[in-house]
Design a protein around this ligand. Structure first.
Ligand SMILES: *Cc1c(COP(=O)(O)O)cnc(C)c1O
Length: 389
């Protein structure tokens, strides 16, 4: 029998070599490896600034702080996401307004965004989640897509790109589209530093603020203090900042991961094509709608949805596949169903019909570079058997 976990970390590149260099250097916190990771990352996405931090959650928190979100502000966010996308709104005392998503793409659409801005004219910021690694329809400035709608209405766009590296939208990489973009290097993401994240922006004022706030509000970063010719002990505190910097041990892993990030993306695309091809005739399964070229998708998650023709429930299918040695996951139990948000904001399931439909049937299949065609075929065969076809 096969044993196929839901996710499998691959550190087969220069990870050990670069980590050893850090350990041998005697400097384990933020230093040259982190700077190099920022430089290399920036070159790929094409943004003016890339700032490494210790998680995507930290990046999102810093992003909202830097764009000026304050107590009592309203921030639009999809319900179809991980809690990190919304909890950071509460860190600042602001309030999330949860939006339903499109059933076919599990994403916000220009229509949903336009309608919610009309309904909540005092909303300041929109958080866009590029679900599964497919860029949401951000559009270029001259289209009627999400960016144009937000620009017209003075809404700041913060992107949760935890799934979306490397992803493209038109001729831009995600990370070079909205006002601020936040990436995750968590253990199971498309590239990892164990824990870590990256924030990109083209705006100098946002970058300045994030740099200050990611390390205690100190006006010079620690590395600069030790490499600059100025007296090294001298610094000022300009705000009560956070401790969100990325250590060099983690950055070393990230540098090695970055070297293989496109190769691994191509392999995940192969998995996705295998699934799309081998599951397409199963009536009980709705496949994700792919609206970008396959090569523009990061393919972090491959989520299928059981529709009302399915003879087994989602939870039963998860159990049956687990008995077959196949690990799966669920993305997501939507936030309007989570007790904290549900109770605090008196949310009702009926207001999120598409997310409810997705939640009832969604199941994420393994998708990573190390999956063989035999394993992919086995997964498809077992799904087919359990759906009685
Ligand atoms: C993983 C994830 C995050 C959080 O990333 P961390 O690096 O663990 O903080 C945020 N948003 C989404 C959509 C995620 O999947």
């Amino acid at each position: 029998m096969y044993k196929i976990p839901y996710a499998r970390v691959d550190c087969s590149g220069n990870e050990y070599k670069y980590v050893k260099e850090v350990l041998d250097s005697g400097w384990l916190t933020t230093a040259s490896k982190t700077h190099k990771l920022e430089e290399n990352f920036k070159k790929i996405v094409g943004a003016k600034h890339a700032l490494a931090v210790n998680s995507c959650t930290s990046a999102l928190h810093l992003a909202l702080e830097a764009v000026g979100v304050q107590e009592g502000d309203k921030v639009l966010v999809p319900t179809w996401t991980f809690t990190a996308s919304a909890e950071i709104i509460r860190y600042l005392g602001a309030d999330p307004v949860f939006l339903d998503v499109d059933y076919e793409t599990s994403s916000l659409t220009p229509e949903i965004v336009a309608e919610s801005i009309e309904r909540y004219p005092d909303a300041k910021v929109l958080i866009v989640v590029h679900f599964a690694g497919q860029a949401a329809p951000m559009g270029l400035e001259d289209t009627d897509e999400i960016m144009a709608i937000c620009r017209k209405n003075g809404i700041i766009v913060v992107e949760d790109a935890a799934h979306a590296f490397p992803s493209r939208c038109g001729n831009q990489y995600v990370g070079n589209i909205g006002d601020v973009t936040c990436f995750s290097f968590y253990a199971n993401k498309t590239m990892t530093t164990g824990e870590g994240g990256m924030l990109t922006t083209n705006k100098d004022d946002i970058a300045e603020r994030v740099k200050l706030m990611r390390l205690h509000g100190i006006d010079r970063d620690v590395w600069d203090r030790f490499t600059s010719s100025k007296v090294s002990w001298e610094y000022d505190i300009r705000a009560p900042g956070y401790k969100y910097n990325m250590p060099d041990i983690n950055a070393a892993v990230g540098l090695a991961q970055l070297e293989q990030v496109f190769d691994k993306r191509d392999k995940r695309q192969h998995c996705a094509e295998f699934y799309l091809d081998n599951l397409k005739d199963i009536e009980a399964v709705d496949l994700p709608k792919i609206r970008v070229p396959l090569s523009d998708h990061a393919w972090h998650i491959f989520a299928i949805t059981l529709n009302n023709k399915a003879q087994v429930s989602r939870n039963d299918l998860i159990k049956l596949l687990a008995e077959d040695g196949i690990g799966t996951s669920v993305h997501y139990k939507p936030l309007h169903r989570m007790s904290y948000y549900k109770e605090k904001y008196a949310l009702e399931n009926a207001h999120y019909p598409n997310s409810e439909k997705l939640w009832k049937g969604c199941i994420s299949l393994p998708i990573y570079s190390g999956l063989s065609d035999e394993e992919l075929k086995y997964i498809c065969d077992r799904v087919r058997v359990h759906l009685k076809l």
